[in-house]
Design a protein. Structure first.
Length: 65
């Protein structure tokens, strides 16, 4: 057969399966890193927008007074 069993007679997982699991885990780590870094950048950008709008409102209110 082309495909081997996932476990041998001794209960060990096959090399192909362990490599597949390693690739899946490494991919998940890389994807989660980029998701977290994107979320942090978005948070910083939103804080800048909030600060700009607060400064605009403060300037408009100071002209009214």
């Amino acid at each position: 057969m082309i495909f081997k069993k996932l476990k041998s007679n001794k209960g060990q997982i096959s090399l192909e399966f362990s490599l597949l699991v390693m690739v899946v885990i490494l991919s998940a780590i890389i994807i989660s890193y980029y998701l977290i870094s994107t979320a942090v950048e978005t948070k910083k950008a939103n804080m800048e927008v909030i600060n700009q709008s607060a400064n605009t409102a403060k300037d408009a209110l100071s002209k009214v007074s």
